[in-house]
Design a protein around this ligand. Structure first.
Ligand code: AMP
Length: 142
């Protein structure tokens, strides 16, 4: 497997070298909005530890990411009055991975509304700003 590349875009976001719509952070994970959301509120949860994907992350760091996704899923249900949640993680090109810092997708779903295909549209910053505020408010409610 190819080695982890510290110049990947999510590593730059973690280091504060590239902007993002941050939702949540703790000692182990960081969560921010996907810029091409497949549903409103589509969030990415990433480990702070460098890991390309599920094939090189430690079980412990993967558990931290899962815990983060669990937290975001509950907040997203509230924030978007969602009917359900999709959680996805792709490892290696064969699986559809395009950014090589492990990330878990958390996507709120509504009955009868299909997910957009990946990379359909770069969402407007103002729209993402609004989604981030809703998610952060729901997280703050606990
Ligand atoms: P994957 O196919 O799991 O590797 O998905 C990568 C995801 O990262 C896609 O959903 C992209 O829309 C998203 N993405 C790419 N660049 C950025 C960025 N700078 N900020 C937020 N999301 C991004």
């Amino acid at each position: 497997m190819t080695a982890y590349d510290p110049e990947n875009i999510f590593a730059k976001i973690l280091r504060g070298e590239f902007p993002c719509h941050k939702i949540y952070e703790d000692d182990h994970v960081f969560a921010f909005l996907d810029i091409m959301p497949r549903s409103p509120g589509h969030t990415l949860v990433i480990p702070k530890a460098p890991a390309r994907n599920i094939l090189d992350i430690t079980a412990e760091d993967f558990a931290h990411v899962a815990r983060g996704a669990h937290k975001i899923a509950h907040a997203a249900m509230k924030a978007f009055k969602a009917d359900g949640i999709v959680v996805q993680q792709f490892s290696e090109p064969a699986a559809g991975q395009v950014v090589y810092h492990l990330h878990m997708h958390v996507m709120p779903r509504h009955d009868g509304v299909p997910l957009l295909p990946p990379a359909t549209k770069k969402e407007d910053t103002a729209v993402l700003e609004g989604h981030a505020e809703k998610l952060k408010a729901a997280l703050a409610q606990g």
